[in-house]
Design a protein around this ligand. Sequence first.
Ligand SMILES: *Cc1c(COP(=O)(O)O)cnc(C)c1O
Length: 471
Amino acid sequence: MKTEQTVRLPSVDRILADASCQALIAQYGRVQTVEAARALLAGLRAAMLAGTQDGLEMASITAQLAQRLQAQARSHLRAVFNLTGTVLHTNLGRALLPDAAVQAVVEALQWPMNLEFDLETGKRGDRDDLVEELLRELTGAEAATIVNNNAAAVLLMLNTLAQGREVVVSRGELVEIGGAFRIPDVMTRAGAVLREVGSTNRTHLADYANGVNEHTSLLMKVHCSNYAITGFTKSVELDALVPLAAKHGVATAVDLGSGTLVDLAQYGLPHETTVRETIAAGADLVTFSGDKLLGGPQCGIIVGRADLIAKIKRNPLKRALRVGKLTLAALAPVLQLYRAPDLLAERLTTLRLLTRPAAAMREQAEELLPLLQDALGTSYAVTAEAMKSQIGSGALPVDQLPSFGLAIRSAPGARLSNPLGVLEQRLRALPRPVIGRIGHDTLWLDLRCLEEAHAQAFAQQLAQLNGVVDS
Ligand SMILES: *Cc1c(COP(=O)(O)O)cnc(C)c1O
């Protein structure tokens, strides 16, 4: 049994004086290095007293110290490989941005910007002006404003136009978006009174008409982003609602959710109502996300009638919900790409991923298969297979895209318990974690989002799975 007296460890001073520690001090600073050395020694001493740790050479102590400092310095926000098959994965940060946006953000990080400064007049400007012109051009709307996300856009819109008043919404559109965003709750928080009309599966124009009274401020439609009502259904199209709203002198608002700016059908994807179509159908206000199908940074965009947008901008909540310069820096070049729709599928990362040819994914799967099989050993069987990707983030929830990737199953006779769970965890522990999806006793690695430029980095780290999985 060891005692405090018989545990032999060098002092913090001696460790710091070791030549190998100089580089650590230079990189992490003396204060942090001393702290880490103290914590490391305390842990080692406790383990030695408990008899679970033998004495250590200096080299081994300093190596552990380096590891500790490195782990401590690593951000909790990490880049991962998204092989889930969901292109706009909310938990993985949704849209990936094109190079033009990346460059603009880097510049905005390092330089002062004319964020609220009019370079022509030298007077104070409005940050929304930086993208408003482009948004007007791309949507046909009179005016636009930008906030932190679409949830904020809906909140701000309702609070500005319907505080203390009623908003008529179909029962079939009272959606909950992931992460506790529910239309009825947002309505309450905005100070608006929800007037539900119709039934879950069927709502008629007469239901809206009966729901309007002297307290009504808005007729609102909400995109059923993450579900579909099928069967015996009826909903009222916006163009039928607009005359009703006009007759009663109230406004119409549409929360489009994903809010695409182009007809996706031209790229072979399912058609999704565009913002322009919604404005053209007579919506007074439209809200949508910047980081869903639009393919930009996280933000919420409100477009519509100039008088209503002006009112929204004057709401003191706007200040609390506004975006920073990095968002605007990223958004402008993404919107610019929409001016060249013929080049969009190549330049806009989201669209490029959504339209990736199956043949490219298949070829990649066949190339990666032997490497992965090799790395996993005989406990697993890897095959290249067709699978289905999803657009994600509530865009077109029922439409799936034919995709290709790697399917991993436990090999017959392998004795690991919960082999797919173990492997899933090992993949997450790689230097750049790999996120797949388990279903039907298979771990699926959908290659849609593994672009050629990253395939090599993916392949290289597979070797680190060697043995780990077998043991
Ligand atoms: C996604 C979505 C929201 C929330 O948008 P965020 O940008 O995630 O805040 C709101 N409404 C609809 C219909 C949506 O699809």
